[in-house]
Design a protein around this ligand. Structure first.
Ligand code: UD1
Ligand code: CA
Length: 444
């Protein structure tokens, strides 16, 4: 069986942040999740994550995973040792949890090359222009002899530019014996996994051409470099697929976003999570989408949509905020400074200016006037507002929930509605106007 161990117990002291390094987000997705998503598409059948420092944070982020706990961070070899009881017989690929761009095709290739080469252990290497910080590969007559960590390296070793990517494939029978032979007599006083090659001659190597894929993250600067190459490759892929991205250097799109060809993205947009954008949609400028579904021919400008769906032909913004499982119906108009939270709307409904619609079920062809709001919160509980088809809500009305406005009803502007309104009724709830003859002149 093919197993994987993902090393994520380290604190990541060079990050100088509170989160354990492998939990740190890249485009709002934890670093380690990129590796797990890649592993999902490989021949790996069994995997275990080694956690330690602030392990609860990782437990909370990663459901349905197997964890091995490394109590003290004594080094990468010690981390692997804690994972051995979770492995099935066969072969194991060991992956550092701080190398998020690794892709599934590459993982399969290195495992196959290990098996075909009949090695005990296969090291994945890369040639880097700047090898600083990585373990250096020392070869004799072409064969790997040693791996020397930066801190242990002498001047002549430091100039070697072939590095250990941290990705190692190993036979479990060999792993179980060799792991106990590793000591910690080195500059860091750690048990180095790289020393695992010292007890066999059957060492293979697999050199990676695309050095982007193996960039490790040890500090926030390296994180920015990885993030940039991730964004660039995602943007390129979308453009090659027929997505029109205007001024792409200002646009950020996450790795899991799906965009159909024929969509257009305007500048300064941030599109993350499991967002889906369908053909003909126009997003931006300056729009933020997170787990949003934007259907065909929607126009969404200068707006924010979180965890919500906009059905086809609707126009959103400028300056709208749609969130928390809102579902906007087809051909709606949600305009300037309108917030929609946890509400649904039917076909061809309009809230064009300055509204708050929260916890509401709104029908078709409803017109929500400028400044009208649902009063969903009394300071203790949140209540629902129901607005049926063809209702007209006059400007600056307050609908105090729970309340139902039935079909074809009309709410006069400036009303504060506390009681249900029946079909086709007109509700007016404001003080009567009195005009006092000539008083203005007297007053002035
Ligand atoms: C490691 C390699 C180095 C390689 C580099 C590639 C060793 C000794 N060195 O160095 O040869 O070039 O990765 O990026 O393996 N971890 C644990 N427990 C520990 C220590 C670390 O789980 O006790 C985890 C970390 O969370 C991290 C990974 O192992 O995800 C790598 O650790 P890190 O300290 O970043 O190793 P590097 O110094 O980068
Ligand atoms: Ca590292």
């Amino acid at each position: 069986m093919i197993n994987a161990i993902i090393l994520a117990a380290g604190m990541g002291s060079r990050m100088k942040t509170d989160l354990p390094k492998c939990a740190f987000p890249i485009l709002k997705k934890p670093m380690i999740k990129y590796i797990l998503d890649a592993l999902d598409k490989t021949i790996v059948e069994n995997r275990v994550i080694v956690v330690g420092y602030k392990k609860e944070v990782l437990y909370g982020m990663l459901k349905d995973e197997k964890f091995a706990v490394q109590e003290k961070q004594l080094g990468t070899a010690d981390a692997v040792k804690t994972a051995i009881p979770y492995l099935n017989d066969g072969v194991t690929i060991i992956l550092p949890g701080d190398t998020p761009l690794i892709d599934s095709r590459f993982i399969d290739n290195i495992i196959k090359s290990h098996i075909e080469g009949e090695n005990d252990v296969t090291i994945c290497t890369a040639r880097l222009e700047n090898p600083f910080g990585y373990g250096r590969i020392v070869r004799e007559k072409g064969k790997i002899k040693r791996i020397v960590e930066e801190k242990d390296a002498t001047g002549e070793i430091k100039i070697i530019n072939e590095v250990n990517t941290g990705i190692i494939v190993i036979n479990n029978d060999y792993l179980k014996v060799a792991i106990n032979k590793i000591d910690n007599k080195n500059a860091k006083g750690e048990y180095y996994l790289t020393d695992i090659i010292n007890f066999t001659n059957k060492i293979g190597s697999h050199t990676l051409g695309d050095t982007n894929l193996i960039q490790g993250i040890n500090d926030l600067y390296q994180l920015s470099i990885v993030e940039k190459s991730l964004i660039d490759s995602v943007l390129k892929q979308h453009m090659l697929n027929g997505v029109n991205i205007i001024n792409p250097s200002t646009v950020t799109i996450g790795a899991d976003v799906v965009i159909e060809s024929g969509a257009t993205i305007y500048p300064n947009s941030l599109i993350l999570g499991n967002t889906i954008i369908k053909k003909g949609a126009i997003v931006g400028p300056s729009t933020e989408l997170y787990n949003a579904t934007i259907c065909e021919n929607v126009r969404c400008m200068e707006s924010v949509v979180y965890d919500s769906t906009i059905n086809k032909d609707s126009v959103i913004g400028p300056f709208a905020h749609i969130r928390m499982n809102a579902v906007i119906g087809e051909a709606n108009r949600i305009g300037n400074f309108v917030e929609v939270k946890n509400s649904t709307t039917g076909f061809n409904t309009k809230a064009s200016h300055l509204s708050y619609l929260g916890d509401a079920t709104i029908g078709s062809k409803v017109n929500v006037g400028c400044g009208a709001i649902t009063v969903n919160y009394d300071g203790k509980i949140k209540s629902k507002t129901i607005i049926e088809d063809n209702v007209f809500i006059g400007c600056n009305s307050n609908l105090i929930a729970p309340v139902t406005i039935k079909k074809d009803a009309f709410i006069a502007a400036g009303s504060t509605i506390t009681d249900d309104v029946e079909n086709e009724d007109l509700a007016i709830a404001r003080s009567k106007q009195i005009n006092k003859k000539g008083y203005a002149r007297k007053y002035k």
